[in-house]
Design a protein around this ligand. Sequence first.
Ligand code: NI
Length: 176
Amino acid sequence: MAIRKVARLGTPVLRRIAAEVPPAEIGSPRIQTLIDDLIETMREYDGAGLAAPQIHESVQIVVFEVAGNPRYPDAAPIPLTVLINPQVSPNTDEMEEDWEGCLSLPDLRGRVPRYTSVRVRALDRRGAPLAIETEGFHARVIQHECDHLRGIVYPDRMTSMQSLTFVREHQRYGQD
Ligand code: NI
């Protein structure tokens, strides 16, 4: 296990379409170590989630977890989840704007519209099929992380850049 360097915006890997993981390779040391590194790196930097391209690996794996996260103090807990080759679909046309940040765009926040409810099908780290239906912040985290596998970062989803704010100023001026 290792804490990996996080790719910042401008690094080409963040704009690539990530490759699917062949199911037969999920049990390999390469993929299992990558998953462990994603989890360790996410926790080290207090991320709510992390996608493999963010640690310079262009494959379709994301992890997320929220448990007393200082970057998201008001968020409800989300258990540690590993998604391999995820397919996300909205459960509704309804979208809601809320604040997001990203470890690849350090110190920034912006308001991003997301579907309020999604379902996701994926494989877990043992290669077993996994289905999740969820809403609210949990659904937001899934959409944000899975966007990374398509070369999309949250400013691409913003309808206006006017809310883009540094975290320090966000806290100082209390925008909501
Ligand atoms: Ni991100």
